[in-house]
Design a binder for this molecule. Structure first.
Ligand SMILES: CC(C)(COP(=O)(O)OP(=O)(O)OC[C@H]1O[C@@H](n2cnc3c(N)ncnc32)[C@H](O)[C@@H]1OP(=O)(O)O)[C@@H](O)C(=O)NCCC(=O)NCCS
Length: 196
């Protein structure tokens, strides 16, 4: 299914669109190059995009009228499809803060709700001291560390996820080296309201 927005559409990324696959890889590489351990070269970014095309996964792109990829989102199922991991998500640098990231996540949520999913989650690393969960002894009091969470600076996307209704549900200390945790965000997937 295609989702229409003002000046772009959101649709499936498929093998039949090698030019979109390449653009998605470039977006991923550009966004994370120098910031994280992942996707430091274009080949690893290309592999990530190809892996997102596996039949059990969801891979969607926002494309403008000229065929330019503005953003890309992927989803991976677990727990028999009740839980989906959002992985990855990227919007082109010159297209940020105009609602494309939100539109991609909401598009994914709509698809997941139709499939009966309950939970959407993601891990967002803090490798650059951008949040209060970095450079701290998290084991001392993990619930308190999460309660006192705040962004310190930099480009960590936590505020974006909070705006979209995600909550921090956990943290994996030292995932990327001492004091460099992975932070887990999750939200309930709703189909027409509360669905406990
Ligand atoms: C995170 C990212 C996908 C957000 O995409 P985007 O298109 O700029 O986000 P949107 O314009 O849809 O923003 C949605 C909401 O989040 C807010 N928001 C987005 N980025 C924000 C930021 N850096 N700080 C504070 N709020 C932010 C917006 O103000 C907006 O609020 P509203 O809809 O309630 O008015 C984009 O910045 C990106 O690609 N970053 C680099 C890659 C990355 O970090 N991906 C996530 C990996 S876990």
């Amino acid at each position: 299914m295609e989702e229409y927005h003002m000046d772009y559409r959101i649709m499936d990324l498929t093998r039949e669109r090698p030019e979109w696959i390449e653009q998605a890889a470039v977006l991923l590489h550009d966004a994370f190059h120098g910031r994280t351990e992942s996707w430091q070269d274009l080949d690893s970014a290309r592999r990530e995009v190809m892996e997102s095309l596996a039949p059990e996964r969801i891979s969607r792109v926002a494309v403008d009228a000229r065929g330019k990829v503005l953003g890309w989102i992927g989803g991976m199922p677990s727990y028999r499809g009740r839980v989906w991991e959002l992985h990855p998500l990227v919007v082109a640098v010159d297209q940020r803060r105009r609602g494309i990231g939100r539109a991609l996540v909401e598009d994914l949520e709509r698809i997941l709700a139709e499939r009966g999913a309950r939970t959407l989650w993601l891990g967002s690393d803090d490798e650059n001291g951008e949040t209060s969960l970095s450079a701290a002894d998290l084991y001392a009091d993990i619930p308190e560390a999460i309660r006192a969470f705040r962004k310190i600076g930099g480009e960590h996307p936590c505020e974006f996820y909070f705006r979209l209704g995600f909550r921090i549900t956990g943290v994996l200390p030292d995932a990327n080296g001492p004091g460099k945790p992975d932070i887990f965000f999750a939200k309930r997937v709703r189909k027409g309201g509360w669905n406990f």
